[in-house]
Design a protein around this ligand. Structure first.
Ligand SMILES: Nc1ncnc2c1ncn2[C@@H]1O[C@H](COP(=O)(O)OP(=O)(O)OP(=O)(O)O)[C@@H](O)[C@H]1O
Ligand SMILES: [Mg+2]
Length: 379
């Protein structure tokens, strides 16, 4: 079974659209596909796939992990495609308890008995469980748009993925783990894999060897979506350069998808665009990517069950890998020449915009609170 998690650092770049339509395209070419919505708390994949409002989904299973997982797998109108809905009621994927994540991974991997491709639509961000689901495969997809903030977030996502892998492999009590902890305390600037590896090799050759073997199989694939101009396709090169230079990570470029106004009509009619308009430029982009996936090696990522199990059981590690704030990562991109001064200005501007938006929201809440107080509510 090919496992294809679809992630992005930034939200709203087309993960759900791509997951749903890739699932359709692969099912149409004869694959037995399961599409799972793991964007818990913000699940909306059923709208993209045109599935009726789901009665049960992953949330139902997580409420009782001993229940029958088959109950939450629904047939769809598309031959060969089955669908697992998410849940908007339960808080995001990041809040899953280790036992819940563990049970879910086990059930998802067990699908292999009657499934060729499992596509997982992940939530935005770099929370630990999102990284763990992404690491179920060596060939997960990272979606970015050409916007510089999106590119930056994609890189941040990949950096956190590599460090999550390190933590998973360098078990507690190993010299490599102690080294990683110590260097982490020194700050994000020091966290450059090519600089760390020789030291790890010296102090803990066994852990080093394991990590290198895993990295050899980790080749995330980038999709640039919502492209208007062919030149914008180059953004993936920025990610590639920074990943090679700072993470010793080889990323693949899976494809480019153009902005397509037909998508709005397709979404409104709740029919995936690959069915609504197979000849649309967006659908063509999806079919090209589906072909590439089918032609590539079905290389499974070989974290052993035990490794996955222990990674999920590590409750001690914070819910989020917080290798300092995003601004530290800007340095990686700047130093490798991937980010121009213009890009940097655009990033700062967009952050300022986000801050001013937050301030406005904050003021709005303050206003509401003071009004409520003035009316004598007992808060
Ligand atoms: N290539 C495209 N052309 C036109 N519209 C697009 C394209 N890609 C995505 N969209 C639109 O952009 C919006 C965001 O897409 P989508 O919901 O798939 O993103 P997402 O990454 O899953 O978001 P979230 O992080 O909120 O889950 C949707 O309205 C979708 O229809
Ligand atoms: Mg989505």
């Amino acid at each position: 079974m090919r496992v294809i998690p679809v992630a992005s650092g930034k939200g709203g770049v087309g993960k759900s659209l791509i997951s749903a339509n890739l699932a359709v395209a692969l099912a149409q070419s004869g694959q037995r596909v399961v599409l799972a919505d793991l964007d818990l708390g913000a699940s909306n994949l059923h709208l993209v796939i045109g599935h009726h409002s789901p009665k049960s989904g992953i949330g139902t299973f997580l409420g009782n992990i001993n229940s029958d997982f088959n109950e939450v797998i629904a047939e769809t109108d598309i031959p060969g495609l089955r669908f697992i809905a998410g849940d908007t009621e339960i808080p995001g994927t990041a809040n899953l308890r280790p036992t819940q994540r563990n049970a879910l991974v086990k059930q998802l991997l067990a699908l292999k008995s009657n499934t060729d491709v499992l596509i997982i639509d992940l939530g935005a961000g770099t929370h630990q469980s999102i990284l763990d689901f992404f690491l179920l495969s060596g060939q997960g997809i990272v979606v970015t748009s050409p916007a510089v903030t999106s590119v930056l977030n994609a890189y941040v996502f990949l950096k956190n993925t590599v460090f999550r892998l390190m933590y998973t492999i360098f078990g507690k009590g190993t010299a490599a783990n102690a080294y990683l902890e110590s260097i982490r305390k020194e700050g994000a600037q020091k966290l450059y894999i090519p600089r760390m590896l020789p030291e790890i090799k010296k102090i803990d050759p066994v852990s080093h060897q394991k990590f290198v073997e895993h990295m050899d199989r980790l080749h995330p694939r980038i999709i640039t979506n919502i492209v208007d101009d062919p030149k914008e396709a180059d953004v993936a090169m920025k990610i590639r350069r920074s990943c090679a230079e700072y993470l010793s990570l080889k990323v693949e470029y899976l494809g480019v998808i153009y902005r397509d106004s037909l998508q709005n009509t397709s979404l409104a009619s709740r029919i995936p665009i690959t069915i609504y308009k197979p000849q649309a430029i967006l659908s063509q982009g999806i079919y090209r990517i589906a072909d590439k996936i089918l032609q590539s090696n079905d290389e499974q990522f070989v974290l052993t069950d035990k490794e996955i199990e222990s990674s999920f059981q590590e409750t001690g590690i914070e819910a989020e890998i917080d290798f300092e704030s995003k601004m530290n990562y800007v340095e990686d991109l700047l130093h490798s020449g991937a980010l121009s001064q213009g890009d940097l200005i655009e990033t700062i501007k967009s952050q300022q915009f986000e801050i001013s938006k937050l301030k406005k929201e904050n003021n709005f809440i303050k206003l509401k609170l003071s009004k409520a107080l003035a009316q004598g509510f007992n808060l």
